[in-house]
Design a protein around this ligand. Structure first.
Ligand code: C2E
Ligand code: MG
Ligand code: MG
Ligand code: MG
Length: 277
């Protein structure tokens, strides 16, 4: 293809590329000191049980308030953290902070809720991921059965055999494990057979399309059935409307997460939500 070859040839010399590289380098430098400078914080988004209509857990999501550029999305800074190795200290900070928060909520007498933390491949394949998680639980006093780790299929795919082994050990600690963005990666069926996970999170792109696109609806329905036939809990992310909720309830989905219930909010706002419902 002469056209696409011409385009990629142009791209090699495009000044935007140099700018992009520069931007990434600057972001990496800023990110290096962000946790210590108190610029990182965790937002919490409720997960609701569809049968009982109660908040049973939340997902902790990293937020970065940059002093010059304002809030930066994890979609932009997590890849940079992953490429630079910064994901290890930042991920440690996130797990530790989530567990401390969870312990504080329990100590304040709030109803116990599970907390899900996202984990990148580099964290799963670090020297002793199980000792790291066990140590964090011990230090913070957060109960193992309330902690859930979320990993995407593509992260697991980087080293399937090791991941299966680490999952088995993590499950031995008593924590829960979820496959995130389910349906967007590969080898889903094989993974479900071999990985000791407790829930599937159906990617929000399918939820988004399921009322208009029969193909998306079929994927959502199949994913829920698949989860149940493996004895797993099915959770739908990106639930924005009452129509989504009704449809997911009819499909016997176990839990929902999305703007319909709440956006990800600061810890004190999450506690208020928890007490109100
Ligand atoms: P994710 O784990 O799939 O998280 C769900 C994303 O969907 C979040 O984006 C959340 O704010 C967004 N979301 C929730 N409900 C709705 C909805 O109803 N509609 C729409 N359109 N979006 C919704 P967020 O917070 O920007 O995070 C993006 C991704 O960044 C996460 O995707 C996760 O992969 C990654 N991430 C966030 N925090 C961490 C972390 O502590 N560690 C690692 N490794 N990755 C993280
Ligand atoms: Mg997640
Ligand atoms: Mg997800
Ligand atoms: Mg997602």
């Amino acid at each position: 293809h002469a056209k696409s070859a011409g385009r990629s040839a142009f791209r090699v010399f495009a000044p935007e590329m140099a700018e992009e590289a520069q931007r990434r380098t600057e972001m990496e430098i800023d990110l290096r000191g962000a946790a210590q400078a108190g610029q990182l914080w965790l937002a919490f988004q409720p997960k609701v049980d569809l049968d009982r209509d109660t908040i049973t857990g939340c997902e902790a999501l990293l937020r970065w308030d940059h002093p010059k550029h304002g809030p930066i999305s994890p979609v932009d800074f997590i890849p940079i953290a992953e490429d630079s190795g910064l994901i290890l200290p930042i991920g440690e900070w996130a797990l530790e902070t989530a567990c401390r928060q969870g312990r504080a909520w329990l100590d304040a007498g709030l109803p116990p809720v599970s907390i899900a933390v996202n984990i990148s491949a580099a964290q799963l394949f670090q020297r002793d991921p199980v000792a790291w998680v066990a140590g964090t639980l011990e230090r913070t006093g957060f109960p193992a059965d309330l902690l859930e780790l979320e990993l995407t299929e593509s992260q697991l795919a980087q080293d399937v055999e090791t991941a299966i082994d680490v999952f088995r050990q993590l499950r031995g600690l008593g924590i829960r494990l979820a496959i995130d963005d389910f349906g967007t990666g590969y080898s889903s069926l094989e993974y479900l057979r071999r990985f000791d996970v407790t829930s599937l999170k159906i990617d929000r792109s399918f939820v988004d399309g399921m009322l208009a696109e029969p193909g998306d609806a079929a994927i959502v329905r199949a994913a829920i059935a698949l989860a149940h036939s493996f004895g797993l809990s099915a959770i739908a992310e990106g639930v924005e409307t009452e129509a989504h909720r009704r449809c997911l309830r009819e499909l016997r989905c176990d839990q929902i997460q999305g703007y319909l219930v709440s956006r990800p909010v600061p810890a004190d706002e999450f506690a208020t939500l928890l007490l109100r419902r």
